[in-house]
Write a protein that binds this ligand. Structure first.
Ligand SMILES: [Zn+2]
Ligand SMILES: [Zn+2]
Length: 536
């Protein structure tokens, strides 16, 4: 046997391994099995993975090496033929507290680019779709009129801009209340002239002429042109991205608009966190059977805030708010007065606002946290994105609505997404990447997981299977993948899918080594290393 097709291990003495010799075939699906304490992990992680990782790091420049954790050389006489290694473990999958299933699988990155490229912007004023008009689109729309319909093509020009330049360019007539008049004859009261470009019979005069006139109108009308039919219908076209009905300008989306951790995309209310910190009134008045006299407002029962309690009682008596009646029996407006203040009194809210300004003191932060609770941000409905980002839709859904879907729902959404011919060139590859990643997540049995699920809330098995799906999507080859009981937490009926995933990881040109007890997985292995009690 040569080192070309096997990893050679001789005299390995890592942890409880007592000088074992072993040949591990490359490019195979291998299962390491054995009772607990037999040295499965010592072999898989502390020897094979550790050495593969160590050699990989050694191969990097000294500059790159300083950023990576150095690994100790495993204790052995010989380790040969080992490829670069990646461990897919249960623990330590999520380091970033803000990462979600969509971000760690890169689905979110592809989504952002997809939304920037083919998303349809909607008007922030009226919610209607906003799009640029193209000459082709304008002609298509106009030719829906009955053939022979007479129409005037005009552009708007403020009278203040003067008439001489118009004359110089050969524009001599304008449209006033449906009549064509000389521009000199337009009544002074009309501040904006509808300057006539052409008079045309739709569908009769040739398309070329219509296109030229529309183009000229756009050029002279600073990107806008108006077409009126003789029976009073009006078409307002614009080559700017702006709402046709409210004229509100819009901007083309770009990938960073959809990042909640940049100022471009973050919701201004919650700064991209999705939640808002508010004062929890149930914590401020934890016992509603207490009267104001008895200290219903809990934070003001502390010795340091005796002054606030006294002020509350004075202000309440002045307004004939009973201080000897249980808080829950006070009239709603009196309860609100205690919380919100008003009429010269600061109330509980004013007190906490004041504390907020003293947040640099540790004890104040502790006090604030005791009465704080988090509510879903009402501005962005937990999507963390600002209204501009949420105004961009693909197939009717904004990006926040897509990441709220489960893997199975998102998969159905993208499988059913049909691209227009003009979108294919810019979006087909992106959609394929997204579909592929969703398919891998389905394959590893995570169809029920929402894409916006925070990764730190995943179980160890779920996190590991997400890493597995990510490794598959990355299409790495020539690598040793080491996995730790990937079947844990997986329903037995999904074991065959896991096996299929492990096989495809191997089939693209990797060695896959799995520490596993599950008989289904052991049976699927091409090579079994049994660490049984005697082997260790
Ligand atoms: Zn609008
Ligand atoms: Zn928000």
């Amino acid at each position: 046997m040569t080192t070309d097709d096997s990893i050679l291990l001789r005299g390995v003495r890592v942890h409880n391994l007592k000088g074992i010799d072993l040949d591990v075939p490359l490019d195979k699906l291998i299962v390491v099995t054995g009772v607990s304490g037999s040295g499965k992990s010592s072999l898989a992680f502390d020897t094979l993975y550790a050495e593969g990782q160590r050699r990989y790091i050694e191969s990097l420049s000294s500059y790159a090496r300083q950023f990576l954790e150095r690994m100790d050389k495993p204790d052995a006489d010989l380790i040969d033929g080992i490829p670069p290694a990646i461990a897919i473990q249960q623990r330590g999958a999520a380091k970033n507290p803000r990462s979600t299933v969509a971000t760690v699988t890169e689905i979110f990155d592809f989504l952002r680019v997809l939304y920037a490229r083919i998303g349809i912007v909607h008007c922030l004023g009226c919610g209607r779709p906003v799009a640029r008009d193209t000459i082709d689109g304008m002609i298509t729309e106009l030719l829906r009129e009955a053939a022979g319909t007479r129409a005037w093509i005009t552009f708007a020009r403020p009278r203040d801009a003067g008439l001489a330049p118009l004359r110089k360019d050969g524009f001599t007539r304008a449209l006033v209340a449906g009549d064509i008049v000389d521009i000199e004859a337009v009544p002074k009261a009309v501040r904006a002239l509808d300057v006539l470009v052409d008079r045309i019979a739709l569908g009769v005069d040739d398309r070329e002429r219509l296109a030229d006139s529309l183009e000229l109108g756009l050029k002279k009308g600073e990107g806008r042109v108006v077409v009126r039919t003789e029976d009073g219908r009006e078409y307002r076209f614009s080559e700017k991205l702006e709402c046709r009905s409210c004229r509100l300008p819009a901007e083309d989306p770009y990938p960073n608009l959809f990042s909640f951790n940049t100022p471009h995309g973050a919701c201004p209310e919650c700064h991209g966190f999705g939640d808002l910190a508010v004062i929890d009134e149930d914590k401020v008045v934890p016992d509603r059977s207490k009267t104001l006299d008895q200290g219903a407002v809990e934070p003001w029962t502390k010795p340091l805030s005796r002054g606030m309690q006294k002020e509350l009682l004075t202000e309440a008596r002045r307004r004939r708010i009973p201080t000897n009646v249980p808080f829950r029996d006070l009239r709603p407006e009196h309860q609100r007065f205690v919380f919100d203040g008003g009429d010269g009194y600061y109330g509980v809210k004013g007190f906490f606002d004041w504390l907020q300004s003293k947040k640099y003191k540790v004890q104040v932060r502790v006090l604030l946290s005791r009465y704080r609770t988090y509510v879903a941000c009402p501005a962005c409905a937990k999507t963390r994105l600002n209204p501009r980002a949420l105004s961009v839709r693909v197939k009717g859904l904004n990006i926040g609505e897509v990441v709220r879907m489960t893997v199975a729902e998102a998969s159905a959404f993208f499988e059913g997404l049909e691209l227009e011919p003009f979108q294919r060139q810019v979006a087909e590859k992106l959609v394929q990447e997204i579909r592929g990643r969703l398919r891998f997540l389905m394959e590893v049995g995570l169809d029920y997981i929402a894409l916006d699920r925070m990764t730190f809330t995943l179980s160890g098995g779920e996190a590991q299977r997400i890493s597995l799906a990510a490794a598959l999507s990355a299409s790495l080859v020539g690598t040793l993948f080491v996995l730790d009981e990937p079947s844990i937490g997986l329903h037995p009926r999904d074991n065959h899918r896991l096996v299929r995933i492990l096989r495809s990881l191997k089939d693209i040109g990797n060695t896959v080594l799995v520490v596993e007890h599950d008989p289904d997985i052991v049976r699927a292995a091409e090579h079994v290393i049994d660490m049984g009690p005697r082997a260790g």
